[in-house]
Design a protein around this ligand. Structure first.
Ligand SMILES: Nc1ncnc2c1ncn2[C@@H]1O[C@H](COP(=O)(O)OP(=O)(O)OP(=O)(O)O)[C@@H](O)[C@H]1O
Length: 293
């Protein structure tokens, strides 16, 4: 469980608040995605939550205990995977994992199981300097999870992965959540958020502009329109025609029925905005800009 109430933070010397009055909770078994453009404050929030940035105001609880009341033992229950992992490059993956496991008193060793799950079993004894970026990203996840922590902080966990390995990572995250883990991830990747997050928070300029389940956000922003595409013959030529109609009373809409009869129906789909479009509508900002642009 992660619980954040009225969290605010300003970097020393900075003229503006970096984070303003953030409140949210992530119960066990849930994946919360923090989405926002570059500079919005995602990494700053994560650094506070996993205890490396102090001097914030407001409350942060990890597993029902105030972060300020935790000793360094908090790291026993946290797993952190940053976007640009560093390893001992000349050592093998196995030796890296063994070394990092020495920091924890937990007897759990999920390293071999996770290496196999993420397709790295055969690379266990290769030096990490021979790993591709995607392999390092997967090894990074193994390192974060090998001591079987209850709470996971992940930064862009599918960055640099091909679709097959990205899918394996998404399956792993779902599986960890189903097993009771609390997962907090930051990303610009709307596909990842849509696929794995139970709830997303839109962060802009250090404030949460909206927070809800992705499907709930899509329902709230649905257009109520259906787009129909037909191909119709025009003498020698075939034209692709597309029109939009209100979903309401569709079956009694004579224009809609006439359009269907005017050619061969190629596609009918309801127009629901994707998370990226909802982010833009809700915040007036693109996820791919930098803060302040
Ligand atoms: N050590 C620091 N000292 C002063 N300001 C900082 C520091 N680190 C970050 N900032 C500022 O705080 C704001 C939030 O930065 P942060 O790294 O949390 O954004 P982010 O959403 O994680 O961005 P990205 O997606 O690019 O990682 C930015 O304006 C950044 O310039």
């Amino acid at each position: 469980m992660i619980s954040v109430s009225h969290l605010s933070y300003r970097y020393p010397g900075s003229p503006e608040q970096t984070l303003s009055d953030l409140s949210f909770a992530v119960p066990p078994g849930r994946i919360y995605g923090f989405l926002g453009p570059s500079g919005a404050g995602k990494s700053t929030t994560q650094k506070i939550l996993y205890g490396v940035l102090k001097g914030y105001s407001g409350g942060v609880k990890i597993l029902d205990r105030d972060l300020e009341h935790w000793s360094r033992r908090v790291y026993e229950v946290l797993g952190v995977a940053l976007e640009f992992p560093r390893f001992y490059e000349r050592l093998s993956a196995r030796d890296n994992l063994t070394y990092y496991r020495l920091f924890y008193s937990a007897s759990a060793d999920r390293g071999p199981e996770l290496m196999e799950y993420l397709g790295l079993k055969k690379d266990m004894d290769r030096p990490v300097e021979e790993f591709s970026k995607g392999m390092k990203m997967r090894l990074n996840l193994v390192r974060a999870l090998q001591h079987d922590p209850q709470v996971l902080f992940l930064d862009e966990p599918t960055s640099g992965l091909d679709p097959i390995h990205a899918s394996a990572v998404k399956d792993l995250l779902r599986r960890e959540a189903e097993g009771g883990k609390t997962v907090f991830l930051t990303t610009h990747n709307m596909g990842l958020a849509q696929d794995v997050c139970h709830e997303v928070g839109f962060l802009v300029d250090g404030r949460i502009a909206a927070s809800a389940a992705p499907d709930e956000l899509r329902r709230r922003h649905k257009t109520g329109l259906v787009r129909v595409e037909i191909t119709a013959r025009h003498g020698e030529n075939t034209d692709l025609l597309s029109r939009e109609f209100p979903l309401e009373n569709l079956a009694g809409n004579q224009e809609f029925l006439g359009f269907l009869a005017a050619g061969r129906v190629e596609r009918i789909r309801s127009l629901e905005p994707n998370l990226e479009e909802i982010f833009l509508t809700t915040t007036g900002r693109s996820l791919h800009e930098s803060s302040g642009e």
